[in-house]
Write a protein that binds this ligand. Structure first.
Ligand code: GDP
Ligand code: MN
Length: 376
């Protein structure tokens, strides 16, 4: 789960990293008050879980409280890369001398973390990384040793960061460890004209596996990338939006992943996938199918269920229930196998919907779904 900038800022502050004074609001009128409290001028910043806000017009300097209200009203109405802006943060403006970049990110392949740092931080960091990779230092961090002062010095030296950055790097590592984060990023980390280092923008991605001990953020993740992902999360379904044309429903992560591969192997691309889990009930199947069908990118749907704890007749009942409540406009290929498969197939045969066809193997089912998606 990603945190909002203002939440990341809060964590940085708690761990002793300097940040500008700031407050969050959803009201332009209150923005005016906040700007007043901050001394008049304020940087008004959209709170959305996506990068590039500055370039999208979501970060603006307001010269006085009245301008802050106007700017807040304007930014609160924006949509940045599909993310509606519901809150803005107003921060005390900082006199920037230099912008740096620092982050720690989990390097799964290498089973360790990677410190990435650059003296050329700011909004063009991706550009810098692409055109002048030597300006971006990458230093492996052994998670068991962590970032000691010595390690932080190594990172700061590799990226030609000023000496004060050593302390920031150690503290930023503490944020990562104590908050169970997979990524912490500060861009820009700025040196002010007074020579202090401040974190002006932050991104923190928490490890969802640690949610049980990070209750603080439990209710915070309402900003899903996709509206259907939000619906799915609310119903307790594991749904992921992809960008192809075949909707995929399966039970169990392993089977669902293999189904994605087999569909891809048949020349189609998954539009999304939904894991209804082990022991799925008819209701879950019905909810899941209506969810998948409401994705406009879906041209055909493949239901691939291997019944273990899940009984195929319950899955078939769920499909029939869904067919009674949502009008099926896209072809549906169903492959049921395992526990009560024969009973499940009989239920679907009995319903005899013209857009529903059954296959007995995953491979045949994937081929049919891919073909149907192409001819749709
Ligand atoms: P992002 O575009 O989503 O990464 O948003 P940032 O918070 O990083 O802001 C983008 C840019 O706005 C930064 O790189 C800074 O150059 C500038 N900026 C942000 N806050 C301040 C500030 O307090 N003072 C000044 N002078 N510039 C700021
Ligand atoms: Mn930034």
């Amino acid at each position: 789960m990603d945190l909002y900038e203002h939440q990341a800022r809060e964590l940085f502050e708690e761990h002793g990293i300097l940040v500008p004074r700031a407050e969050v609001t959803d009201s332009p009128k209150e923005a005016r008050e906040i700007a007043r409290r901050l001394g008049g001028r304020a940087v008004v910043k959209a709170q959305v879980k996506t990068g590039g806000r500055g370039k999208a017009g979501g970060v603006k300097l307001a010269a006085d409280p009245a301008a802050a209200e106007l700017t807040a009203r304007q930014i609160l109405g924006m949509d940045i890369k599909g993310h509606p802006v519901r809150k803005v943060m107003l921060a005390q403006p900082v006199d920037i001398e230099t912008e740096f970049y620092v982050s720690y990110v989990l390097d799964r392949a290498a089973c360790r973390f990677l410190a990435i740092a650059s003296a050329q931080g700011g909004m063009e960091i991706e550009e810098v990384a692409a055109s002048r990779p030597e300006a971006v230092a990458r230093v492996p961090v052994d998670p068991a040793r962590g970032v000691t002062s010595a390690k932080a010095t190594e990172i700061a030296d590799a990226a030609a960061l000023p000496p004060q950055a050593v302390d920031v790097l150690v503290r930023l590592w503490q944020v990562l460890v104590r908050e169970d984060a997979l990524l912490v990023e500060v861009n820009p980390l700025v040196r002010t004209r007074q020579g202090r280092l401040l974190a002006l923008d932050g991104k923190v991605t928490l490890d969802d596996n640690a949610r049980f001990r990070q209750a603080r953020w439990g209710a915070a993740d309402t900003d899903h990338h996709d509206p259907l992902e939000a619906v799915a999360a609310a119903r307790g379904l594991n749904y992921v939006k992809l960008d192809g044309e075949v909707g995929i429903i399966g039970n169990g992560a392993g089977l669902v992943m293999s189904t994605l591969d087999v569909v891809a192997g048949r020349g189609a691309r998954p539009a999304n996938f939904l894991d209804i889990g082990g022991g799925a009930s008819a209701q879950i199947m019905a909810d899941g199918l209506s969810l998948i069908l409401s994705d406009p990118a879906v041209k055909s749907v493949l239901v691939n269920v291997f019944g273990g704890i899940t009984a195929c007749d319950a899955v078939a009942e769920g499909i029939v229930r869904a067919l009674d409540t949502v009008r099926l406009t896209k072809p549906l290929v169903v492959r049921l196998d395992g526990n009560n498969a024969a009973a499940g197939r009989a239920i679907l045969d009995g319903r005899a919907h013209p857009l529903v066809q059954q296959a007995t193997t995953m491979d045949v089912a994937a081929r049919q779904a891919a073909q149907l998606a192409h001819t749709a």
